[in-house]
Ligand binder design. Sequence first.
Ligand code: DSN
Length: 437
Amino acid sequence: MSIHDQIVGLIRQQDPEAASIIQAEADRQASTIELIASENHASTAVMHAMGTCLTNKYAEGYPGRRYYGGCEHHDAIERLAQDRAKQMFGCAYANVQPHSGAQANAAVFMALMEPGATFASLVLADGGHLSHGLPINFSGHYYKPVHYPLVRDEKNADFERIDYDAVRAVCLEHKPAMLLCGYSAYPRTIDFARFRAIADEVGALLMADVAHISGLIVGGQHPSPFPHAHVVTTTTHKSLRGPRGGLILTNDEEISKKVDRALFPGMQGGPLMHVIASKAVAFGEALKPEYKSYQTQIVANAKALAGALVEHGYRITSGGTDNHLMLVDLTSKDPQGADGTLTGKAAEKWLENAGLICNKNGIPGDQRKPMVTSGIRLGTPATTTRGFKEAEMKVVASFIDRVLSAGLAGEDELSRVTEQVRGEVRDLCAKFPMPGH
Ligand code: DSN
């Protein structure tokens, strides 16, 4: 019996109702293929470091300067997480306390910009994140976002890639206090040096939100934002494969002091010390030699999946991927194009019913609403953790195509193919057990 099953068994003795829900979710994860680009399967050690006595303690403040007694071991674990974070990214300062990526971003904004200040970020519908200037998010409500687009000219070799000339033009026009790069749905390499040159030209700070690609950076599969970015934020649970949480990094002592103050006591209270313990464990894993092979395989798998989908007749935005994710333009497969039934919303549901978990996602210039969309976003961090390689990614592409083609053919065909593919997905998952099973 796995450790997870033993723990659920213990919970069951006290609370059968909660235990059943947890077990059902464990079964769902074990028997489906996780293609959401921002999700992963944490190791047994990472997962269970969170289920420890460190959750019992208040440790407001930072190591060596807490507002509570009894923090000796909490200081030690937080310092361990900080040291490993700095080592992973080769930088001087790390704050491991953010509860999430959005809170890491909020703390950086609060630390480095006055309310009402202007910042520049990618057009959100082109792959940005809600904390990069959505009007109803803190970032759009308390600050003034201006946006730069992707290249929109189909004849341009950089079609659907960052338009660095537009980044510069937007910055020259608006003189933002901060220039923000790093995205939620961008499949290509980010040129941090080019962003820094633009930031320097207009006197802006450069912030890189590398939440999606932080694992790739640590594993040497994407260039580092250091030494270019003044400040870097990331989540810890995506390609990095740690527990759910956030992290802020910098080489600048003044910035680090401001960030520490903004995060606590500015925005957060007691840090989640059990999660910080788990971050330390995850960062320890990321510093091991095998982590580089894992990250290399993520990128190889993404390229294999994108290539196989192209062979099945799908257009991948920007023509492919350099990292762990891709956006599939579903209008390319639907004979009715953007007027047809193959929307992101429909595809997400059809694929879920067959055991293939992904999310609907707008494609650049999408005319459909965000809850419908013309695309799906697929990523390979989780399947790679499970041990899938290029051969399995080709099988996954054929599963996807069979389901979506059946959806286009009508309800009877969809239901027949869904049942068939669901069975094949279960069989494939059984060959690649979850970590710790
Ligand atoms: N929600 C995350 C994602 O799926 O990309 C971003 O924080």
